[in-house]
Design a protein. Structure first.
Length: 345
C-alpha cells in the first residue's frame, strides 16, 4: 500500500500541472546565463575591444542566431530525456541541398528548400521511431541517422562546395536596419517555440511528459508519440538553421554542421534545461547561444589557437552541467559538518 501511493501522488501532480494556467517565471538558468553574458561583454570591451566592435558583432550575431535555432531544436529533444546527435548531419545536408540543387539559380531555391524539409522530416521520423517506439538508445540511434545523412550529403555534393544563390544570401545573409537578418529568424523561432510550449495544452503536456513519463502515462497521455514528435520538430529547426547558414556563408562546405554538434547541447545545458528531461527554457537557450558565440569570438580576439577554442566550449559545457546538476549547497553543508566533526574530535 505504501508503494502504491507514489504513482498516485505523481499522477495527481501531473494532472495539476496539465490543468494549471501558464505562469510567467524567470528561471534560474536565465538569470545565470543572462548575468554571465553581460559580464562577458564587459570583460570583452575591457580586454579585447575588437571583439565587440560593430563589425565583429555583425559577424558574430548571424552565427549565434544559427546556433540559437539549432539549440531550440536540441532543447525539445533533451526535454524528453533524449539527445540528438544527428544535428550535424541535418544542417550539413540542408546546406548541400539548398546550394547544389539551385547551383546559383534563384528560381530553384524554393524547390531545394522543400527537398531539405523532406530530408529533415524523414530523419525526424526515423529518430522518433528508433527512440520513441523501439526504445533504442538515443545516442546510438541518432548517430546512425547522422551517418545516413552524411552519406546522402556526400552522394549529392561529392564533398565539393557550391556558391549560395543571391536570393538566399539576401534573405538570411544581409542586414536590415543594421541588424543581421538571421537574428530575425532566430527571434521568430524563439517566439514560436515559446508560445507552443507555454501557451498551448499540447506544450504543457509535452513538458509534463518529459518531467514525469510514468505519471503522465498513467494520466493517459501518449508518451511515445510526444517523444517521436520531439525529434521531428527538432529536425525542422535544424533544417531552418541549415538554410540560414547556407545564406550566411558565401561558399559553404559539405560539413558545415560539424561545428554545431557539441555547442547545440552546450547552449541547452547552459540555459538551464536538465539533461534528464522536463521543463525547457527557450529564451535562456537563445541567450546562451549569444554567450557561447561571443566567448569564442573573445578567445579568437586574444589570438589563441583553434584547439583552445574547442577546449573553451567543452569547459563551458562542463560548467553548465555542474551548475544545474550538482547540489552545491548539500556538498558545502556536508563539508562544513565534516569540518565541525573534525574540530570536536
Amino acid at each position: 500500500m505504501r508503494e502504491a501511493t507514489v504513482p498516485d501522488a505523481e499522477t495527481g501532480a501531473a494532472r495539476r500541472e496539465l490543468s494549471a494556467p501558464p505562469r510567467l517565471t524567470i528561471s534560474k538558468g536565465l538569470i545565470t546565463i543572462g548575468c554571465a553574458t553581460v559580464l562577458l561583454f564587459v570583460v570583452s570591451a575591457l580586454v579585447a575591444s575588437s571583439s565587440v566592435s560593430p563589425t565583429a558583432l555583425r559577424g558574430m550575431l548571424p552565427i549565434a542566431a544559427v546556433l540559437a535555432v539549432a539549440g531550440l531544436g536540441q532543447m525539445l529533444v533533451i526535454q524528453q530525456g533524449g539527445i540528438d546527435l544527428s544535428v550535424a548531419g541535418t544542417i550539413s545536408m540542408t546546406v548541400v541541398v539548398v546550394t547544389h540543387i539551385p547551383d546559383g539559380d534563384n528560381g530553384m531555391l524554393l524547390p531545394a528548400i522543400l527537398v531539405a524539409v523532406l530530408f529533415a522530416l524523414g530523419a525526424g521520423v526515423l529518430n522518433g521511431v528508433l527512440t520513441g517506439v523501439l526504445s533504442l538508445n538515443p545516442i546510438i540511434a541518432t548517430l546512425g541517422t547522422n551517418a545516413l545523412l552524411y552519406g546522402a550529403d556526400l552522394g549529392l555534393s561529392g564533398g565539393r562546395p557550391r556558391i549560395t544563390t543571391e536570393l538566399l544570401a539576401s534573405i538570411t545573409g544581409r542586414t536590415t536596419a543594421g541588424i543581421p537578418n538571421a537574428v530575425f529568424f532566430a527571434v521568430g523561432a524563439l517566439v514560436v517555440v515559446t508560445v507552443l510550449l507555454r501557451r498551448t495544452v499540447a506544450g504543457r503536456r509535452f513538458e509534463a511528459i518529459g518531467a514525469g513519463p510514468r505519471a503522465t502515462r498513467a494520466v493517459g497521455l501518449r508518451v511515445r508519440g510526444h517523444r517521436t514528435w520531439a525529434y521531428v520538430w527538432a529536425q525542422l529547426l535544424y533544417c531552418l538553421a541549415g538554410v540560414m547558414l547556407a545564406g550566411i556563408t558565401a561558399q559553404p562546405s559539405a560539413f558545415e554542421g560539424d561545428s554545431f554538434l557539441l555547442i547545440s547541447v552546450a547552449v541547452v545545458v547552459l540555459g538551464g534545461t536538465s539533461l534528464l528531461g522536463g521543463r525547457g527554457y527557450p529564451l535562456a537557450t537563445v541567450v546562451a547561444a549569444v554567450f557561447l558565440q561571443q566567448l569564442v569570438q573573445f578567445v579568437v580576439a586574444l589570438g589563441v589557437s583553434t584547439a583552445v577554442q574547442t577546449i573553451v566550449q567543452a569547459v563551458a559545457l562542463a560548467i553548465g552541467v555542474s551548475l544545474y546538476t550538482v547540489n552545491w549547497a548539500a556538498l558545502w553543508s556536508r563539508r562544513l559538518s565534516l569540518r565541525g566533526m573534525a574540530t570536536t574530535t
